[in-house]
Structure formats: C-alpha cells, structure tokens
Design a protein around this ligand. Structure first.
Ligand code: MG
Length: 339
C-alpha cells in the first residue's frame, strides 16, 4: 500500500477557547492510501494531533512517515495492521486514527458500500449533534447561542469564574438542550458547588468536571450532584473504561484519543457492558474525520461532532447536519468528497 501525507491548517471561524487555552488554527494532517490491486481507489484519512494527548503536527508527520511503509499489503486486515503499528510505536492516537479511517474508506470503496453498512449499522439511528459555544464573556456567549438557533443542542464550555452569569444569559435567549463541559477546570469541591448551582438552568449533563487523573474526585462529585457526569479527558482508551465506570455515568469517545474507528468500536461495546452512556466527540477536524466518526453514531447516545462547523474553508464534504441531525453519506467508504 502507498501512503501520501499532507499537512493542512484548519482556521477556526472565531478563536475557540476552553478552560485550559485558546486555539485559532488546528494544524491537521491528511493522508491518502492507495493499493496497486485497486487502481483509482483512494482511502482518505485525517489526524488532528493535540498537545494535551502528547502529539504535535511535527510528531504526527514523523510518525506517519515512519509508519507509511509498514501498513502491510491487505487493507482488510485492520486488526493485524493496527496491532503491528502499536508494536512499532506506542500512543500517537491521531496518527493511528488517520490510518484506520483511510483503511475503512478504502475497503468500503473496494466493496462499494458505505462504512456504516460495512459495520452493519442503521443510518436512521444517528443522534443529533451538539454545537459548541467556546468561552467568552457571558454576553458574547449568549449572542453566539442565539446565532446557533438552528442547532437544537448546545455544548457550553465552562470553568470561567462567570459560569452562572453565562448560563443565565444563554437561558434568556435559548431553549436549546444544554450540556456543559468544564474540561477538568474544577476541584471536586468547586465542581459540586458549581454543578448544583447550574442545575436550575436545565442542563442535560456535565462533562469532565475535575482533573483527568482524579477518579476519586470524579466519584465524589457524582455522589453529590443530580446531573449525569460524562468523562472525557479521564477516558482515553478502552483500558480506562472499567475504572471510569465506577465514577461516571458515561464517556466521551473520540477517534483522535482512541486511535480510530476500530478502537472506538471496542470502546463502545466495553462501555455498554459497563452500563455507561456513550457520547462520540471530536477535536477540530474537517468533514473528513467528522464523517468517519459519524458512521459510528448509530451506536451511541450523544454526538458532539461539530469540529467541521467551527472552521472556515472545510476542504471536504461528507456528513450533513440538518437541525442537528447527522445525515450519513450513501457513497462507498466514508463518502467524503473534496469540496
Ligand atoms: Mg470534552
């Protein structure tokens, strides 16, 4: 198999702030996978490396170059190929996600079926995605919530010191379903106080209230609040699930954290065995990686697949969002086309 690698800077429509920092550009990496036995077919993949999970654009490019001639000769042997890549280099999940989705795209195209059908899923069962409002002043966040009226579910980034004012301002202009995400901003004590204070604003659930490693704190929070708690930063791979299941009501799975569609499927089934609710989330990604994740959403409860809605000049089109509902493409593979 032959891999080509191309860096791409995705520019955010407006600077995107969460509790631990702000982002204006997402330096992603695109890959194209070809096999001489299947001329004319190209498997597309995308990595969105984030420093928080130990990656950078430089490490992503270096890893992809290193792994490009270690992909074997059989695009259908995804389990073996991914296991082999893990032996060559550990972690680097966004790189592996890019290769994994390129393999799924290629085999879907070889077989002439969309990825969701390859997985035996029902496209009508996709959930509605949330649309994220990054941190800003309460008035600005309320304005953005009002402008996002076409999305029935909003995810509000919190952990600012003015979260109550923000939710109050947003509730004055929006009846949307609201989820909040603290991105590990609070101590357990602060989290209990804040979540109980936010509850009257009709919140569906709270994502990652405390530090990623603080499972004891997460459990304490869950025991002292009524709102469901979803673990994001605390739950990266399938190995994290049994411990997290003791401390949270659900988990947020992302292709860029776990290493792609294949690993996400394993996480979904293990999470179900632990009676967890499941959200499928994303980083800042183009329609390519977002569509790859969307093909899995018939299996999950919640989708937060809006990375492509937050950027200018999306280079691809694939999954569509109609009043929040994810509409999967019917073309073979991921069903993603260059714009
Ligand atoms: Mg999150």
């Amino acid at each position: 198999m032959h891999l080509t690698i191309k860096p791409i800077d995705l520019k955010l429509t407006t600077p995107f702030r969460i509790s631990r920092g702000v982002q204006e550009v997402s330096p992603n990496v695109l890959v194209e996978l070809r096999h001489e036995r299947y001329p004319g077919l190209i498997g597309l993949g995308e990595a969105s490396p984030t420093e928080y999970y130990g990656e950078s654009p430089e490490t992503a490019l270096a890893c992809l170059t290193l792994l490009s001639n270690r992909l074997g000769d059989d695009p259908f042997a995804i389990e073996d190929t991914l296991e082999h890549l893990d032996h060559i280099i550990r972690l680097n999940p966004s790189v592996k996600a890019a290769l994994d989705m390129a393999l799924y795209d290629l085999i879907g195209k070889i077989l002439g079926v969309p990825v969701y059908k390859l997985l035996g899923l029902n496209a009508l069962k996709t959930p509605r995605t949330s649309f994220t409002i990054g941190i800003d002043s309460p008035a600005q966040m309320a304005k953005k919530a009002q402008q996002a009226h076409q999305y029935p579910i909003l995810k509000i980034k919190v952990g600012t010191g003015h979260d109550i004012e923000t939710l109050k301002a947003i509730r004055e202009v929006s009846n949307a379903i609201i989820r909040v995400d603290a991105n590990a901003a609070w101590t357990p004590k602060e989290a209990i106080k804040m979540i109980n204070a936010l509850e009257p604003y009709n919140i569906e659930f709270v994502e990652q209230p405390v530090a990623a490693h603080d499972l004891k704190g997460l459990k304490l929070v869950r025991e002292h609040v009524a709102l469901p708690i979803i673990a994001d930063e605390s739950c990266v791979t399938v190995e994290d699930i049994p411990a997290v299941a003791e401390c949270a009501d659900g988990i947020n799975i992302k292709l860029m954290k776990c290493g792609g569609i294949h690993h996400a499927l394993k996480m979904i089934h293990v999470a179900r065995a632990h009676h967890l609710r499941i959200m499928l989330g994303c980083m800042i990604e183009s329609s390519l990686a977002i569509t790859a994740a969307a093909h899995l959403t018939p299996l999950v409860d919640y989708a937060d697949l809006d990375g492509h809605l937050l950027i200018d000049d999306d280079p691809y089109e694939g999954v569509r969002v109609r009043e929040g509902k994810l509409i999967l493409p019917e073309e073979p593979g991921l069903g993603v086309q260059t714009r």
